[in-house]
Design a protein around this ligand. Structure first.
Ligand SMILES: [Zn+2]
Ligand SMILES: [Zn+2]
Length: 198
């Protein structure tokens, strides 16, 4: 899959490359309505490549749970009945990085991606998606930091920050000062030197 990013609109366009991808994308484009969620179904790794992952997304159908007994105990896991499964596999290195980013967005925050509509790229059916919508102004968002906190950059700029100390990003686990309302880290003041010990 080629993944074309429009950072201004905060959208990604999935353009199929392989025949199977073309079939799945055409099916999703027909089944989904704008605003429908494609539900994250976990990672699917190929071969020994640990740097990049493929992810599963479920379009349509319904969610259910399945309970099994493996001899040691019963365990319940989510399954999807019906619908279309898209295995998102980046074509170029750039696309593969994008899939990794989408995995983080889905795993840490959104649990899926939002279908916005269909389009055509060089004669092939393609779909347009976003991560989620800003909880304050409803703008589309597709960057990790925006989605993680549910607040877009424009709204974060207007935030009356309340800085606290803790892990700045759940993904990185870095400690520092960040706002507990919009999640943005406290800007470092240039030229400020640490106090010399006397
Ligand atoms: Zn906003
Ligand atoms: Zn803030």
């Amino acid at each position: 899959m080629r993944i074309i990013c429009d950072s201004k609109l905060a959208t990604l366009t999935f353009v199929p490359v392989e025949a199977e991808e073309k079939r799945v994308i055409a099916s999703i484009a027909t089944k989904l309505k704008p605003g429908d969620k494609m539900v994250y179904g976990g990672r699917k790794d190929f071969g020994d490549n640990r740097e990049f992952c493929d992810i599963r997304l479920h379009a349509g159908g319904r969610k259910a749970t399945k309970t099994e007994d493996n001899g040691k105990g019963r365990f319940t896991y989510p399954i999807h009945i019906g619908g279309t499964e898209l295995v998102l596999h980046g074509s170029t290195e750039e696309d593969k990085h994008e899939v990794n980013r989408l995995r983080d967005i889905c795993f840490f925050r959104t649990g899926g991606l939002v279908f916005l509509g269909k389009t055509k790229v060089k004669g092939d059916k393609a779909i347009i998606i976003t991560g989620e919508f800003c909880k304050l102004c409803n703008k589309q968002m597709v960057r990790f930091v925006d989605c993680e906190w549910g607040i877009c950059d424009a709204c974060a700029a207007k935030c009356k920050h309340n800085y606290v100390f803790g892990p700045v990003h759940s993904k990185e686990g870095r400690l520092g000062e960040y706002c507990d309302k919009c999640g943005r880290g406290k800007p470092r003041i240039k030229g400020k030197k640490a106090k010399a010990r006397s």
